[in-house]
Design a protein around this ligand. Structure first.
Ligand SMILES: Nc1ncnc2c1ncn2[C@@H]1O[C@H](COP(=O)(O)OP(=O)(O)O)[C@@H](O)[C@H]1O
Ligand SMILES: O=C(CO)[C@@H](O)[C@@H](O)COP(=O)(O)O
Length: 556
């Protein structure tokens, strides 16, 4: 058998990327990025211009097909590989990114009758307008002593499937009625590729409260939420749930024509971006926390047993690597906070200076901020620009920066923002480590470790742990390709399981970031201050952030 290849497609928040990989050693022969033509839809609907309410975030499902249409032919062309030698295809996605579809699997927002209704559209993971539903869901689950709650750190997030579905039912009952299935976007794209609608156990487990042994929560629970939801899991959430690496089917003739691949190429069931990244950095055992660092951060960790950890997004058996409990936690905004500052906060002179020096504003600020030592800015921030995912699980919290003076410089603010996200990660590391899920070392992948060395050094110093960096620039896509190879199977030149694929294909860089003792000492003090602010504003002592939001909502 000659050399065989797989393609992984990573669907991020703003773009989708394809990578074509050599299955013998994981070498990436070509990659290609397609920005979503409609990007994130958070102000008004396309065409109609209908205004969206606060905290909404939608996407256009057609953009995901555009990614396949543009990026797969591009990697085939760049690599010069014969499509017949591409034996497997896998995808990974942001999650919970979900959509309502009709009996033909067509998104409701494609229906001219419904497209002007915001709830017919696909809700992106960072759609945060279902917080009221999430709050009520958590209250009812707690009152009923639902066994699933501890598996999700005590709270179900408004980002996840059930809260989003409930918001649709409350605000657009007709859309709820017309929905045949609510699907994760990752499962919808796989259905488009193979003609087979099949749910993957990863998103079902982490985002839809599905459990390998117990299935979904009971009908009684859903009835207690709202009688109209009683049969939700038998109807609109129905369907087979398959483990990661399962072959969903072969590529259809239509998709083969669209992508340039062969019809029948093995396609793996869907996956989540952060979860796909774990085997791609070679992590297949406990003790190693993988951070997928981009717009947001997802923290992934394996454990031998099921433990209770405050604010984790979930623990799912086989949810990342078969044979282990897969733990997930996260921060809802990281790169997004830096982007906000660069776009909304810096004075014109910074942009001019960066342009003059041929640097991006991020690079210019990083360079300037590197001249400071920990504590020198006198600033401290709470990293809640997009709410708090772990450990507080509250999307109604907002950002805070303390310590400004008339002398405060833009690079100092930038540094304080970088540091605040590191403190947020430290909270998560401590929550796991102190509750019996050990964290010995950190692995980082995603866009940020490639872009910002200062950020990575701060993370090593704040967590007092060495950080290893993925060699791949497209780690989730590499992981998705590995699952594609598993779907193809060893008999066809792929692999029979993800651990074998990881042993052959995963790579990390030689360069690591090690904690610097003097920095660790100062950051320990600053982290204690962060923790005080965190608890004061985040645990009910002062709900000013929520009150401000409520006043704003009354006015809008
Ligand atoms: N030099 C930089 N330092 C820190 N953050 C950066 C830098 N350049 C870009 N970013 C941030 O990186 C984020 C995008 O990360 P990336 O991993 O590429 O995307 P995604 O999260 O969509 O997968 C953006 O939020 C942007 O603000
Ligand atoms: O929540 C998850 C995974 O569970 C992510 O998909 C979400 O944070 C988005 O990730 P990105 O920052 O766009 O890579």
């Amino acid at each position: 058998m000659g050399k065989k290849y797989a393609i992984g497609v990573d669907y991020g928040t703003e773009s989708g990327r394809a990578v074509l990989v050599d299955l013998s050693d994981g070498t990436e022969l070509a990659d290609h990025v397609t920005p979503y033509p409609h990007n994130v839809i958070d102000e008004q609907l396309p065409e109609s211009g209908i205004k969206l309410e606060m905290d909404w975030a939608l996407q256009h499902p057609a953009d995901y097909i555009t990614v396949l249409q543009r990026s797969i032919p591009a990697v085939l062309k760049e690599s010069g590989i014969d499509p017949a030698d591409v034996i497997g295809l896998g995808i990974d996605f942001t999650a919970c990114t979900m959509l309502p579809v009709d009996e033909n699997g067509r998104p409701l927002c494609f229906n001219p009758e419904l497209k002007d209704q915001p709830h017919s559209w696909l809700k992106l993971w960072k759609h945060h307008a279902a917080q009221d539903e999430a709050n009520l869901l958590n209250q009812i689950a707690e009152q009923r002593g639902e066994a699933f709650l501890p598996r999700y750190g005590g709270k179900i997030s408004s980002e996840w499937m059930i809260a989003k579905i409930w918001q649709i039912l409350n605000e657009a009952p007709d859309i709820y009625e017309r929905t045949d299935l609510f699907l994760e976007a990752t499962d919808w794209v796989i259905a488009q590729m193979t003609g087979n609608t099949i749910r993957n156990s990863c998103t079902a487990g982490y985002k839809s409260i599905w459990h390998k042994q117990d299935g979904y929560p009971s009908r009684e629970f859903f009835k207690a939420l709202d009688p109209r939801l009683e049969l939700l899991t038998d109807t609109k959430l129905r369907g087979e749930v398959a483990p990661l690496g399962t072959k969903a089917g072969g590529l259809t003739e239509a998709m083969a024509a669209l992508t340039g691949l062969k019809a029948g190429t093995a396609v793996a069931v869907g996956n989540v971006d952060a979860h796909a990244a774990v085997p791609a950095v070679g992590v297949v055992t406990p003790g190693k926390l993988v951070m997928a660092m981009g717009t947001s951060i997802c923290h992934m960790l394996l454990g031998a047993e099921e433990k209770q950890v405050e604010g984790m997004c979930g623990v799912v058996e086989d949810g990342i690597i078969p044979g282990y409990m897969g733990y997930e936690a996260g921060q809802s905004a990281v790169g997004d906070i830096f982007a906000w500052y660069v776009e909304q906060g810096v004075p014109a002179y910074v942009e001019e200076a960066a342009n003059k020096e041929g640097l991006s504003v991020h690079e210019w600020l990083e360079h300037k901020a590197s001249a400071y030592v920990p504590g020198q800015t006198g600033l401290l921030a709470l990293d809640w620009w997009n709410g708090n995912r772990s450990v507080l699980v509250d999307t109604d919290l907002t950002g805070l920066l303390v310590g400004y003076t008339l002398l405060t410089k833009p690079e100092e603010i930038y540094r304080a923002l970088l540091e605040s996200t590191a403190y947020g990660t430290r909270k998560i590391v401590d929550a796991f480590h102190n509750n019996g899920v050990e964290v010995q070392e950190l692995y980082a992948c995603g866009g940020l470790p490639q872009k910002n060395k200062l950020l990575m050094q701060i993370y090593a110093d704040v967590t007092n742990r060495e950080i290893k960096i993925a060699a791949s620039k497209q780690t989730p896509a590499l992981g998705a390709a590995m699952f594609g190879a598993v779907a193809a199977g060893a008999a066809n030149g792929g692999y029979d399981n993800i651990v074998e694929a990881a042993q052959q294909m995963a790579r990390i860089r030689e360069e690591t970031f090690k904690p610097i003792p003097a920095n660790v000492e100062v950051y320990e003090k600053l982290y204690q201050e962060y923790s005080k602010l965190h608890d004061y504003f985040g645990r009910g002592a002062n709900d000013v952030m929520k009150r401000l939001k409520a006043i704003k909502e009354e006015i809008i």
